[in-house]
Structures are given as C-alpha cells and as structure tokens.
Design a protein around this ligand. Structure first.
Ligand SMILES: [Fe+2]
Ligand SMILES: [Fe+2]
Length: 238
C-alpha cells in the first residue's frame, strides 16, 4: 500500500539528499542511516489505518440513526447498502478474516491466557458484526427503507457501533502492540510486505486507497463531507 510520502519518508529523503549534496558532517549522515533502516509503512500502521476506514463506515451508520428515527423513507438506502458492502469486503473479509484471524490473533493468543481470552472475544465480535451486516444488507436492498425496519435498523447500528468502537480501540492499544513484540524490525518489514501482497491479491489494486475513496463518496452523498460540521459546540458558559 504505497501512498503519498509520509512525514518519515520525506524526512528520510531530505536527509539523504542533504548528505549526498553537501558532504554533510557525520551526525547528519548517521541520522539518515537510522531513519533509512526503519520500515516505511509498518504492518500495525496498515492495520490501524484500516480501522480508520472502518470507523468512518461506523460514523455513517451512527449519523444515520436519527434520520432513521425521524423519517426512514427519506434516507437513501443505497448509501447504507454501499457502506455495508464496504464493511463486508474491506472490514470483514479482508481486515478481519485475512489479516487479524490469520496472522494476528493466532500469535497473540499464544502469548498469555488473558490475551487468548481477548482473541476469542474479538473473534466472536467479528461473527456478530457479520450477522449485523447481513441484516443491514437485507433491509437496505430495496428502493426505500420500510418503516417497519427503521427502529430495528437504528438499534442494530447503535449496537454495532458500540461493539466495534470498543473492539477496534482494544486492538489498537492492546492486541497490535502485543503482536508486534513477537518480531524483529526486519520481520515486521517482511510482514508489512506480506500484508501488502495479500491486499493486492484480494483487491487487485490498492485496497486502502479504494476503500477510502468509497467511504468519501458515501459521506458526500449523505452530506457528511464537511468535517467542520462535527466540531463540538462550546461547553456551557464557554
Ligand atoms: Fe477485529
Ligand atoms: Fe481490527
């Protein structure tokens, strides 16, 4: 998954350029060497930015909850159908099934009984998420969302968002760091390449970039593109 150069890549390039052109003194060259030895996009960074796409899908669901309760008939089911398909293809079938369940949880589960228990819960939450996605796909396949589905769908969204926000936050802060501890920098670099190869094999192109574009289009269609609309109001008396 190659994106525009990140800050570290830019720093590395500028340091390498400086050392090549100016015959820089040894401290600069030594710093460039240190930076050059770091992996450009780590495996855990990949997993966490995939969570970013998944969270944006969850935010679409969350923002649609009041709309469902006010007037479900006015809500475009195609936007929710598209979000559920993205959640299925990118979140469930790729991120969860091919990366976490194949590569992350088996390693973490061997580290301690506590982490093994965590992995079991996370796997059962993946399964529950899939059931909810099946439901979302089924009730948003028509031209309109039937009134009878408005409240059950709103409740399904609330349950999924609550579960998955807890789920992804624990993965980011407990599971991924525990997984990373099992490998050297060189091995992590190789795993990052392996994850990238899986992604290319599954999507035939840059899956992250495509998924990010897809959620952007969905957000645009629902009027969620403007980030400023989500700035919180000032506190009372502020
Ligand atoms: Fe997960
Ligand atoms: Fe995850």
């Amino acid at each position: 998954m190659k994106l525009v150069p990140d800050r570290r890549t830019v720093l590395k390039r500028s340091l390498l350029a400086a050392s090549a052109v100016v015959f820089a003194p040894s401290p600069v060259r030594a710093m460039a060497d240190t930076v050059a030895n770091e992996p450009e996009v780590t495996a855990t960074e990949d997993l966490m930015r995939e969570h970013g796409v998944i969270r944006r899908a969850l935010l679409v669901y969350q923002e649609c909850v009041p709309r469902l309760r006010e007037n479900a008939g006015a809500l475009d089911p195609a936007s929710l159908q598209g979000t559920a398909r993205l959640f299925r293809d990118f979140g469930e079938n790729y991120h969860e099934r091919m990366l976490e369940e194949q590569h992350i949880f088996p390693v973490v589960g061997k580290a301690s009984a506590e982490l093994a228990k965590y992995a079991d819960i996370l796997i059962s939450q993946h399964a529950r998420g899939r059931e909810i996605t099946d439901y979302v796909l089924s009730v948003t396949s028509g031209k309109k969302i039937a009134a009878v589905y408005a409240e059950p769908l709103a409740k399904a969204f609330e349950g999924l968002v609550r579960m998955y926000e807890n789920h992804a936050a624990r993965e980011d802060t407990i599971i991924f760091p525990a997984w990373k501890k099992n490998f050297s920098n060189k091995q992590l670099d190789e795993l990052a390449d392996e994850f990238e190869e899986i992604e290319t094999r599954v999507f035939g192109k840059d899956g992250f970039e495509e998924a990010e574009k897809s959620i952007s289009v969905i957000e645009g269609g629902l009027g969620f593109s403007d980030l400023a609309q989500f700035t919180a109001p000032p506190p009372p008396g502020g």
